[in-house]
Design a protein around this ligand. Sequence first.
Ligand SMILES: Cc1ncc(COP(=O)(O)O)c(C=O)c1O
Length: 471
Amino acid sequence: MDLTAQQLLRDIELLSRAFLESESDTPILPRISPEQLREEIEFSIPERGGDHDEVMRRLVDIFDRTPRTATNRFFNQLFGGRDPSATVAEVLSALANNSMYTFKAAGPHILIERELIRHMGEMMGFANADGVFAPGGSLSNLTAALVARDHALEGAGERGLEGSTLAMYTSEESHYSIPKAAAIIGIGRNNVRYIPADELGRMRPDALAEAIEQDLSDGIIPAMVNATAGTTVPGAFDPIREIADVTRPHGVWLHVDGAYGGSIVLSENHRQLLDGSELADSIAWDAHKMMGVPLTCSVVLFRERGRAAASLSEHAEYLFQQDDDDLNPGTRSMQCGRRNDAIKLWAAWQRNGDEGYAARIDHLFDLTAHARAIVENDERLELSCEPMSVNVCFEVRDKPSDLICHRLDESGRLKVGYGVVKGRRVIRIVFVNADLTTADVDQAFEAILETAEEMPKTNNAVEVASRCAVC
Ligand SMILES: Cc1ncc(COP(=O)(O)O)c(C=O)c1O
């Protein structure tokens, strides 16, 4: 091993140790303002390069001030924790630095990606799944939307929309990546129909049927229905089977946005939430959310092989020089150079196995039940909607949900966020980190309640522009 490699090893070990020790001493940091950060750290790019050891010291300074997301105080977004096998694989993939477009450039990692797609597809009920890893659920949804567009309007990839109007359908509770995809692929945000949701936050199939019928009679082509499996705020699951009953007679592409809740299929006890997934044409599934794998790790699955390649394959003699297209996933990806997101998931799955992952999901539901019981048994708290999965939305009665979250962040007690449910601003606490215990949940609620006491009285009712076209 040459000197550079030895130095690399020494620095990875030293800096990782410094970060992990700092994280363990301070599992959450008080908010550091951008102004304070600019004062404490020199961010500018120098004209002349400097000393490597000095760069290492500055990296320590930066990571000392970096929000902790793997600890028991982080409930803010839909990811958390740290799978050890996945983390080592992630570091190694940076060292190996392969690009996942061809077998020639990535070797065994291509076979690993294929095996994950096969296994994940099978879990969703796809006997012969196709797919590709994409950098996040938004990009997985976008890939599916593009393929759906080309299914609805043959030749759109070559000739554009040629004056046709296409529409996409998604629930009013769905993620913003859906209208963004509509904007990117030329369908347009105004042609996204927001279908009303029921009490639990699930898309109403009767309203969907009405919206599709209306568009058909107006000469508009229904391109894709997006059923969300795990909505971002209430954590609701749209009824996929009933939605398929609406889409199939019209031949409309059915996509399932399981970026958040797709992982629930891992648990025998809870997978009925995704009942009907085998009827979907495509499914997005983020492993970086409930599966504890470092960001980003997302896959878009297709029920039929060849669909993604039909939309995304380009001729490039300088790149695709050998091996079957099946071994060259660059032929079905939006990207050219692509980082290796498969190896970390494969490593985590080797350690957990299907059984370990099932137990992980069950544990997340147990934590959710514990949190729900806390809310229901404390008269200062009020449940905002019935939790269908691992999100608990609630208010501290008469106290401002947003200010409570901001104060908790400033003081460095807890990172938790808020959203809107049924016209009210509510605190959303999520259970995606399986290292958490019920004691961590108790501690989180203690912090929320103590902070709420310092807050003025308020009404959390909000005026929000409804996304829903029908309600
Ligand atoms: C339902 C849903 N879809 C898509 C996404 C986007 O996923 P990503 O952040 O991986 O792009 C999210 C993110 O939270 C989500 O909740």
